[in-house]
Ligand binder design. Structure first.
Ligand SMILES: CC(C)(COP(=O)(O)OP(=O)(O)OC[C@H]1O[C@@H](n2cnc3c(N)ncnc32)[C@H](O)[C@@H]1OP(=O)(O)O)[C@@H](O)C(=O)NCCC(=O)NCCS
Length: 215
């Protein structure tokens, strides 16, 4: 079992997602249906569960197996979204993936980049992971801004990578390895030392993502 910490910076904090969050999570998902739907992972076999309590349980089971860290994101102490570290792999890969969302009324307050920076710094400095990855649909401008702000490095285009909103969707992949941020992601961002252009998607990748697939 990996301990899931509570971490905070200014108005934003991340803390372990609990069964007690079921009602807040359910309300946030219902109220933000149209805001979230186009970016939500779906089941390619067609069955989509709306069992919010069950989904928290399943994330907690995954955490107990050491494979993930399910966080709630809070803004001024209010539940506003989720950040999941998933696919934790130790050993020669030392890697994990981050996914996130916030409610529409909490958008634009730096909640997500702050949450990602806190979680990434924890994974590097406490869990000893080596690489953190974030994958984003080319159409998701706000999410591309999150990785750009933090200086996650653009790595490439993954065709038809994740099943989102009913179809296999292309994703741009971004990553950071611990060596790139010896002082931490949060500190690098807060001190204005994110190298320009790191998280920008090159024009040829944007053009490739526009091309039909299979080619
Ligand atoms: C993507 C997302 C997580 C960004 O979270 P956030 O906490 O708002 O992040 P930021 O505050 O850094 O804002 C990022 C950008 O979103 C845009 N934005 C801000 N407020 C917005 C709003 N009310 N509506 C739409 N976009 C907005 C701005 O371009 C902002 O960049 P800026 O700060 O340079 O102006 C959030 O928009 C979201 O949850 N979207 C729906 C689910 C989703 O896309 N999840 C990610 C899948 S990869």
């Amino acid at each position: 079992m990996t301990t899931i910490p509570t971490l905070a910076e200014g108005r934003i904090s991340i803390r372990p997602l609990r069964l007690r969050d079921t009602r807040d999570l359910d309300a946030a998902l219902t109220l933000n249906r149209s805001w979230l739907r186009q970016w939500e992972a779906t089941n390619p076999n067609g069955f989509t569960s709306h069992d919010v309590r069950g989904s928290i349980r399943s994330l907690q089971m995954n955490a107990r197996a050491g494979l993930g860290l399910p966080f709630a994101i809070e803004l001024d102490g209010r539940f506003v979204g989720q950040l999941n570290v998933s696919g934790i792999t130790y050993g020669s890969l030392g890697s994990a993936t981050i996914g996130y969302w916030v409610t529409e009324d909490a958008a634009g307050h730096d909640a997500t980049p702050t949450a990602v920076a806190l979680a990434t710094d924890h994974c590097f400095s406490v869990l000893g992971l080596h690489r953190m990855e974030i994958c984003i649909r080319p159409e998701n401008g706000p999410s591309l801004r999150v990785v750009e702000k933090l200086g996650f490095r653009y790595e490439g285009l993954r065709r038809r990578y994740i099943h989102i909103n009913g179809l296999w969707r292309d994703h741009f992949c971004f990553a950071l390895v611990a060596d790139e941020v010896p002082g931490g992601v949060l500190r690098r961002w807060a001190s204005g030392h994110v190298p320009a252009g790191l998280g920008s998607v090159p024009p040829e990748a944007l053009a490739e993502a526009e091309r039909p697939f299979p080619v």
